[in-house]
Design a protein around this ligand. Structure first.
Ligand SMILES: [Zn+2]
Length: 318
């Protein structure tokens, strides 16, 4: 099954060169339409990287197999893992040079969301309350590196991670989570690199306007959930709709979705996929507004923890 999924990913690459240009043009051209709707570039970024590096697909497949083995053998550690976070802040304007308080507010949200301590964890009428998970991973602010630049937007091709393109190279990327905070552009709130990619570009990118809960944090993405979603990708989670109509996210306890949900869906929203399942629209890996997402599932937790197991793609973080 995983081989089929990977093959499909490779097949989709055949279209990615054209599709990528189209989507960027469309996103830019229709910026007015996309304002207010969540935009994450992680899946497209992966397709870009698979196209650029012929060895990446095989590496990712090997890590998938190791993760599946760790899950099957019950080797997933349940102790609390602590991940040091390095913020790389790239700014042109004073507003873009976001405050330490705003960065700390982002760390606080990650710690709440990954430890079932978020105030909306017990939201009433959650039809999926029985599969909610306390992931049990903590984040600690390790360093803030700031750099003044002349760029007004950084795009989605990793320029912010490269010193020779005006950005900042990651600090200790095999043991620390690097988060770049900058203006991305094109209606993109953030994107992550999935496990298996090059350590030189490893980490998460966030637009400063969608970072943390204070300062320049902008409604409806002002509750720090863009980072929760992107760190989910960084820990190997896919979008809940599997980036395809009625697609799979390779997690057994999440339902099939038609597509991304936006805003805050009505309670009881169902997909028209086979069996019309109730969608898990309150999951962090959907596209809803920050106030509409408040849980990971147990299956997602297992998938995330698997990458930190012995031989896993992020075992060096243990
Ligand atoms: Zn995403």
């Amino acid at each position: 099954m995983k081989k089929i999924v990977l093959s499909l990913a490779i097949v989709s690459l055949l279209f990615s060169c054209n599709k990528q240009e189209d989507s960027i043009t469309t996103t830019d051209g229709n910026l007015a339409e996309t304002v207010g709707k969540r935009g994450c570039y992680s899946d497209e970024h992966l397709k870009d990287q698979l196209a650029a590096d012929p060895t990446l697909a095989k590496r990712m497949e090997e890590f998938e197999l190791k993760a599946a083995e760790a899950i099957a053998q019950g080797r997933i550690v349940n102790g609390v893992l602590e991940i040091p976070v390095v913020f790389n802040v790239l700014y042109r304007t004073t507003a873009e040079n976001i405050s330490l308080a705003q960065l700390q507010s982002q760390i606080d949200v990650l710690n709440k969301d990954f430890n079932a301590q978020n105030s909306d964890y017990n939201t009433a009428n959650n039809p999926y309350s029985s599969v909610r998970a306390n992931v049990g991973i903590r984040f600690v602010l390790d360093q803030v590196i700031r750099k003044s630049t002349t760029k007004s937007s950084w795009g989605t091709a990793d320029a912010m991670k490269k010193a020779n393109r005006g950005g900042l190279a990651p600090t200790s990327p095999t043991t620390k989570l690097n988060i770049w905070v900058c203006t991305i552009g094109g209606g993109i709130l953030g994107y992550a690199q999935f496990p298996g990619g090059s350590s030189a570009t490893d980490g998460v990118v966030l637009d400063g306007k969608y970072t943390g809960t204070t300062g320049t944090a902008t409604y409806p993405f002002n509750l720090g959930r863009t980072a929760t979603h992107e760190v989910g990708h960084w820990m190997n989670l896919r979008h809940i709709w599997g980036d395809a109509t009625c697609g799979t996210d390779s997690v057994s306890d999440t339902p099939v979705h038609n597509a991304a949900n936006y805003g805050v869906p009505a309670v009881g929203h169902r997909s028209t996929c086979s069996g019309t399942p109730l969608e898990m629209y309150m999951n962090y890996m959907d596209y809803t507004d920050d106030r509409g997402m408040y849980m990971f599932s147990g299956g997602q937790k297992t998938r995330m923890l698997a990458i930190f197991d012995v031989g896993g793609s992020r075992a060096s973080f243990r």
